[in-house]
Structures are given as structure tokens and as C-alpha cells.
Design a protein around this ligand. Structure first.
Ligand SMILES: [Mg+2]
Length: 460
């Protein structure tokens, strides 16, 4: 996984040491020797991670981090602060200005590289989702959906796997006071795996030492591998000095870690940051998913749209060639629909379209394709259906619309009818658009013959 890393330190020797470690792991390293240079380089070069010294003569690392995080061009770049000694208070101060982590000099290679890998992984997923979101927007796929904004008021569920019951109570008290969460405590690896499957927690906090039997690293790795907890936030709590265990946990997929002793506030800030990130990811994912759905679904009726239908018809043509079976194509058009919109209003018109779609779907098979081609025009394609089946089904559909009046919100009973044009597709690989045209011509005949009729296209 290649990545560009910006190393910021006022002392040249410190930059050299870091650069050597990172270059040995094949990272591309950029350097800056003061706060202002770091800010400029971050904007211009867009590194994937920034390693930031706290004590520098022009401005300290906290100020630089604050600047980076409040500038839209750099706010998404993860920052790791580097310091000679990190007290719990210092860590909280750094985390509050948006830093992702702290590393203490002399820097442990394994911890450094594991953290860089972890941050690169997260950033890569984020960049990819951002890109897809942008593409969906550019393609106009998101025009129909309401963009969901990240919602901070939502209640998150948090599962705790502490080292003792006392610690569990302490965590629970601190977290539930500060964040809108539902907390549940767990004491063993097995119980954690079972609970996670049913509760699907948003976040899981695991202590290195479990209260009962089990292995905390194995637990993290299993939770990450499962589909129910793959997207959950995971925070690993390690005992003092166990930096290499923390590094292993990061490589196994934990989102973040905290080292004892820590102030309760540190755990809360890290949890809050991770939960916000998860919500942002979910928002992007669902925008992309809904955008794709909207590209093929008609929002009013929930039926497939023209774009999907023409694409899918090609598949039906191919399948009919393979099976050597005919298939039926029907164009359906509500009679005098404009009049409904004019006299009853557009809400009533929409209601009729929805009810119509519903009745059609109730009268066809699961394998049949129903699509709204536009306005009051619908398409039905029935695989493995010849003249006989098509006659039977089209007549049933016509009656399903005619037999029951459509009731508007204001209680008006509307008598609606439909005209249907049918074409039978032969298993010879013909052009789907041509078949739709044939069905359309038959539909036109049904209309001119008086409406509320089924008409079959006569092959020349
Ligand atoms: Mg310095």
C-alpha cells in the first residue's frame, strides 16, 4: 500500500530518522521544518498522513493541527503527533484539536508503521467512497434522493469488554455521561462474539486482558472478519508500555487504541471521533447505494424504469435464444389519463399510477419484468410465454383495471381502463427496441379501436 507521508519537525536529524524508517517501508516521504511550511505542503501536496512534531519554534503542533483540521483542503488528512513525553492531558489536548494519535520519542518502529498502515487504510476507504459519491452526483444518480446528513443525535450502541467489573462500571459511567449511547458489558470472548452477532453494536471497546477465558487479539480479529461487525468501531485498551501489542491490534483491524493509564476523557474523545467517522462512512455508502438504486427504479411506483427495462430485455432475448422459447412483450397505457390529472389533480393521478402498478404486479409472475416507461406507459415482458399465455394474461390485466374503481383520497371513485398492445418475441435474437416498437404499434391499434382493449401485433 503506497502512501505519501509528510514529516514535520524543526530538527533535521529527527526528520532524517523518520524518513529512513518510512522509506524502508516504501513510503514516499515529504518534509517540512516548521508549522507554516507544513500547512503549505499539506495543501499543495495532499499527503495521506502527516507526522507532526509538537515543539517547534514558529508555532506548536497543536496550532498546526488546528489549522489543518479547519481548512477544507486538509481537514481529511490524518495527523499523528510526535512528542518527547505525552502526558494524559497532552494527549487529550491533541485529540481535541483533531489529532488521530500520539507517538512518543524515541519512536517504536512497529507502532509507527502499524499506525501509518491503519490510517492509510481508513483514508483509502474514505477517498474511494468520496469519489463514488462524487461520481454518482455527476451522473445525476442522486437527484432523487434526499442527501442524509450525518446525524449526531442518533443513539449508538457500545459493547464493553473490560478487564474487570469495576473497570466496566467506570467506562460505562464515563461514556454514557458524555455521549448518547446504549452500553452493554460483556465478560468473555465467547459471550462477546455471541452478543455482537445479535446486537450489532456500533462500537466495541476491548481490554487487552479479558475477565474470563479468551484472547483479546483473537476476539478483535474475529469481530473484524464477521459481516455483522465488520463496520463497527473497535477500540483496544492496552496496559502501560504494551505498544507492540497495540500495533498488532491495529494490524488486526482495530480502529484505535488507548494505553493505560489514561483519563476517562481520552477514551471518550477517541470513541466520539470514531463514531463520527463511522456515521460519515455510512452516509457516503448509503448515498452511493441509493443513488445506484435510483438510477434504475422509478421513484413513484417503485417499478424499474426505462433505462433498466431496455437493458434487461437484451438479457431476455439472449435467454430465449438459448432456450428456444418465445416471450411476450406488452405495452400498457392508461386510457384518458390526462383527464384524471386535469380534473382530479396530480395527487390523484399519482395515486392511480401507484394503484395501477400494484394491480399489474399482483397479476404477473415473479420472473416477469414490469417497468414504467414514462408518464402513464408501462411495459411487461414475460419470458417463456407465447400467444396463448399472452392472450390469457393481457385479458386478465385489462379486467383487473376495469373491474374495480380507483378510490381517490377524497373518496371519489374513478373508473379507469387500460389499452394493451402485445408482440410475441421469437427466439431468433431480435432487437429488443424493435419488439417494443411492435408492441407500441399494437397499442396504437387498441387505442384507435376504442380503448379498453387488447391488440396483438401481426408479424408481417
Ligand atoms: Mg521540535
Amino acid at each position: 500500500m503506497p502512501g505519501r507521508i509528510l514529516v514535520v519537525d524543526d530538527v533535521a536529524t529527527n526528520r532524517l530518522i523518520l524518513k529512513a524508517k518510512l522509506a524502508a517501508a516504501y513510503y514516499d516521504v515529504l518534509e517540512a521544518d516548521c508549522g507554516q511550511a507544513a500547512f503549505d505542503a499539506a495543501k499543495k501536496e495532499q499527503p495521506d498522513v502527516i507526522l507532526l512534531d509538537i515543539f517547534m519554534p514558529d508555532m506548536d503542533g497543536y496550532t498546526v493541527c488546528e489549522m489543518l483540521k479547519s481548512c477544507p483542503e486538509t481537514s481529511h488528512i490524518p495527523v499523528v503527533m510526535i512528542t518527547a513525553n505525552s502526558s494524559p492531558r497532552e494527549r487529550i489536548r491533541g485529540l481535541s484539536v483533531g489529532a488521530d494519535d500520539f507517538l512518543v520519542k524515541p519512536i517504536n518502529d512497529m507502532a509507527l508503521l502499524a499506525r501509518v498502515r491503519n490510517l492509510l487504510r481508513v483514508k483509502m476507504v474514505f477517498d474511494e467512497l468520496k469519489l463514488r459519491d462524487t461520481t454518482s452526483r455527476e451522473l445525476g444518480l442522486t437527484d432523487f434522493i434526499e442527501t442524509i446528513e450525518a446525524d449526531d443525535t442518533e443513539i449508538s450502541s457500545v459493547m464493553l469488554v473490560p478487564a474487570s467489573e469495576a473497570q466496566g462500571r467506570e467506562w460505562e459511567e464515563g461514556i454514557s455521561k458524555a455521549l448518547r449511547v446504549e452500553v452493554c458489558g460483556i465478560s468473555s470472548e465467547r459471550e462477546a462474539l455471541n452478543m455482537a452477532r445479535f446486537e450489532q453494536p456500533d462500537a466495541i471497546i476491548v481490554h487487552q486482558r479479558l475477565m474470563e477465558d479468551g484472547d483479546s487479539l483473537r476476539l478483535i480479529s474475529a469481530l473484524r472478519a464477521r459481516s455483522e461487525t465488520r463496520q463497527a468501531v473497535m477500540i483496544y485498551v492496552v496496559s502501560d508500555g504494551m505498544i507492540e501489542t497495540a500495533a498488532t491490534a491495529l494490524d488486526l483491524g482495530t480502529s484505535d487504541y488507548v494505553m493505560e493509564p489514561f483519563e476517562p476523557e481520552e477514551l471518550i474523545i477517541r470513541l466520539r471521533t470514531q463514531l463520527q467517522r463511522k456515521r460519515e462512512f455510512e452516509r457516503l455508502r448509503s448515498n452511493v447505494r441509493d443513488g445506484l438504486k435510483m438510477a434504475v427504479i422509478d421513484p413513484l411506483t417503485g417499478l424499474y424504469n426505462r433505462r433498466y427495462a431496455t437493458q434487461h430485455m437484451q438479457k431476455i432475448v439472449e435467454r430465449s435464444q438459448a432456450s428456444q422459447k418465445e416471450f411476450a412483450v406488452m405495452m400498457m397505457d392508461l386510457d384518458r389519463f390526462k383527464r384524471i390529472n386535469d380534473t382530479e389533480g396530480h395527487d390523484a393521478g399519482d395515486l392511480v399510477l401507484k394503484e395501477f402498478s400494484h394491480r399489474i404486479q399482483e397479476n404477473v409472475r415473479g420472473v416477469d419484468l414490469v417497468a414504467r416507461m414514462g408518464g402513464e406507459e408501462f411495459l411487461l415482458v414475460m419470458p417463456d410465454a407465447g400467444n396463448m399465455v399472452a392472450k390469457h394474461v393481457s385479458e386478465r390485466l385489462r379486467r383487473a383495471i376495469e373491474s374495480q374503481p380507483f378510490i381517490t383520497k377524497s373518496g371519489n371513485r374513478l373508473n379507469i381502463t387500460v389499452s394493451i398492445g402485445v408482440a410475441i418475441g421469437q427466439p431468433d435474437g431480435q432487437d429488443p427496441n424493435n419488439l417494443i416498437k411492435c408492441a407500441d404499434m399494437a397499442l396504437y391499434e387498441a387505442k384507435s379501436a376504442g380503448r379498453n382493449l387488447v391488440s396483438f401485433h401481426q408479424a408481417a
